[in-house]
Design a protein around this ligand. Structure first.
Ligand code: PEP
Length: 246
């Protein structure tokens, strides 16, 4: 049985004061209906780890380096994330693929780094509007999964969570219908069969793209949707908690 996960991606939004107040509210809410994780920007991870210490809310980062250590100015390595208390990190978010040229190869390299540091990789995949309009959404998503399925084994996949995020639904207010999302999640789960039925059944596949308290219950009730990766709505404690309770 897969447990739902609601993960809040703060993107490039935070301050010391905001981290303090948002995480204090999440902590006090003691959500037990689902797993909860937050992904603040790097400078706030240590503060967040202290605020979440002893709570069930997991801490994640939004990115990591393709290398383990060394002369890579400005990068943050997976062992550092583990060291400051991150249990998870996002990889291949569409904003990273679009604005920073991340490829399926860099996504694989970052995922390997995270797994080597015992940090769960939350790998984001999803098609653009043009790709969906061209009927290519399954081809695109299968291509984004290909290297991960070829290069990582079933044991490593125990530490991978997928997030299906149609790019046209991220930050746009437009959400995939529950039927559209379910169809793609079922397709993704079918792709995982190549690593065995156990991996296909056990891997959590989150939906991301304008998830709100008002639409979360319908999305999360779909059989292959195992929770959500939430951007904008994760910055508002009441809205995010509404999603967690959905
Ligand atoms: C995201 O950033 O992963 C995301 C899904 O954003 P939003 O919820 O704002 O669409």
């Amino acid at each position: 049985m897969r447990r739902l996960l609601v993960a809040g991606n703060w993107k490039m939004n935070a301050s010391v004061a905001m981290t303090q107040s948002l995480l204090s509210e999440l902590r006090a809410a003691q959500i037990d209906q689902c797993d909860v994780a937050v992904f603040p920007p790097f400078p706030y991870l240590t503060q967040a780890a202290q605020l979440l210490s002893g709570s069930a809310v997991a801490l994640g980062a939004q990115n990591c380096a393709t290398e383990e250590s060394g002369a890579f100015t400005g990068e943050v390595a997976a062992p550092m994330l583990a060291d400051v208390g991150c249990a998870m990190a996002l990889v291949g978010h569409s904003e990273r693929r679009t604005f920073y040229g991340e490829t399926d190869e860099t996504v694989l390299a970052k995922t390997r780094q995270l797994l080597a540091s015992k940090v769960t990789a939350v790998v984001c995949i999803g098609e653009t509007l043009a790709e969906r309009q061209a009927g290519q959404e399954e081809v695109v998503v299968a291509q984004q999964l290909k290297l991960l399925l070829e290069q990582l084994n079933a044991q490593q996949w125990q530490h991978i969570i997928l997030a299906y995020e149609p790019v046209w639904a991220i930050g746009t207010g437009e959400t995939a219908t529950p039927e559209q999302a379910q169809a793609m999640h079922a397709f993704i789960r079918a792709q995982l069969q190549i690593l065995g039925a156990d991996v296909a059944q056990a891997t959590r596949i989150l939906y991301g793209g304008s998830v709100k308290a008002a639409n979360a219950a319908e999305l999360f009730s779909q059989p292959d949707i195992d929770g959500g990766l939430v951007g904008g709505a994760s910055l508002d404690a009441a809205e995010f908690l509404g999603i967690c309770r959905a």
